[in-house]
Design a binder for this molecule. Structure first.
Ligand SMILES: [Zn+2]
Length: 268
């Protein structure tokens, strides 16, 4: 029997009053031809609320292919759920003028708490010139930047992240997927850079990894995400609940770290 009181309450009730969840890596449908059961904003919010999600932060799928339309859509969707649903502005570094315009709209979109980079989808290295205006903007405002990271990627490997994290100490980076496939390297980056956090989407399912991250980097540097609506929240939450961690680490990962990172960036 898992001795965690948080785990036991989740098993009993499907959520835990004393330990809500903050989800730092979600999206918003639609995405290409793939159907997802939590489809509408109402269904996505219901999926989140079922497991006690206090706040979630999304970037629009549409914004990854059409930054202008997609960011506007994400702003509208999150504003309808202000206080519970937040957004990242997606920046496409291939489109300098449009990206500049998206940054200029940031202040008018009060649910946004940071920027989302996906160097792999945009086939553009995180260290490239095209990201610099957005990084400078994020540094000026001390924003979060959730960037996709993937092991051995030509665009967003842990070594790319190390380079920009060192150059922009005022930006708080969330390493999406924790550099999946190059976990050791990503853990070193998070350990060496105060402003780098490990984000768990997909990585949560790797046996023993969470325990390793907590031991080597510390629970306070790990945040939860599960790419809603790609993956069900309960899978990710269950991995944290059942990992061999103490209760303080569980709380930090599920809830406290996300809340602490959001607090100074929330405008609404
Ligand atoms: Zn994602």
């Amino acid at each position: 029997m898992n001795p965690s009181e948080i785990a036991q309450e989740f098993l009993r009730l499907g959520r835990c009053e004393a330990c809500p969840v903050v989800d730092m890596h979600a999206h918003y449908v639609p995405y290409q031809g793939i159907y997802r059961p939590p489809h509408t904003p109402e269904e996505m919010m219901a999926a989140a609320e079922r497991c006690g999600v206090e706040a979630m932060v999304s970037s629009g799928h549409l914004a990854l292919v059409d930054m202008v339309l997609g960011n506007a859509e994400m702003a509208a969707v999150t504003e309808a759920y202000a206080g519970r649903w937040y957004g990242y502005a997606v920046i496409n570094p291939n489109l300098a003028k449009e990206a500049e315009r998206e940054l200029s709209l940031y202040d008018q979109r009060p649910t946004f708490v940071g920027l989302k980079f996906h160097p792999s989808i945009h086939s553009y290295p995180l260290t490239g010139e095209g990201y610099r205006p957005a990084l400078a903007f994020a540094a000026e405002r001390h924003l979060l930047v959730l960037t996709h990271t993937w092991g051995h990627s030509a665009y967003d490997s842990p070594s790319h992240l190390a380079e920009v994290a060192g150059s922009y100490p005022d930006v708080t980076f969330l390493a999406g997927h924790s550099g999946y496939g190059e976990f050791d390297a990503c853990m070193r980056v998070a350990l060496e850079h105060e402003n780098v956090y490990l984000e768990l989407t997909a990585a949560y399912a790797v046996a023993g990894l969470l325990e390793d991250m907590v031991a080597r980097v510390g629970a306070e540097k790990i945040v939860l995400g599960y790419d809603l609506p790609w993956f069900d929240p309960y899978y990710a939450i269950g991995c944290v609940l059942m990992a061999h961690l103490d209760e303080a680490a569980r709380r930090a990962i599920l809830f406290e770290n996300g809340r602490r990172l959001l607090a100074p960036r929330r405008r609404i």
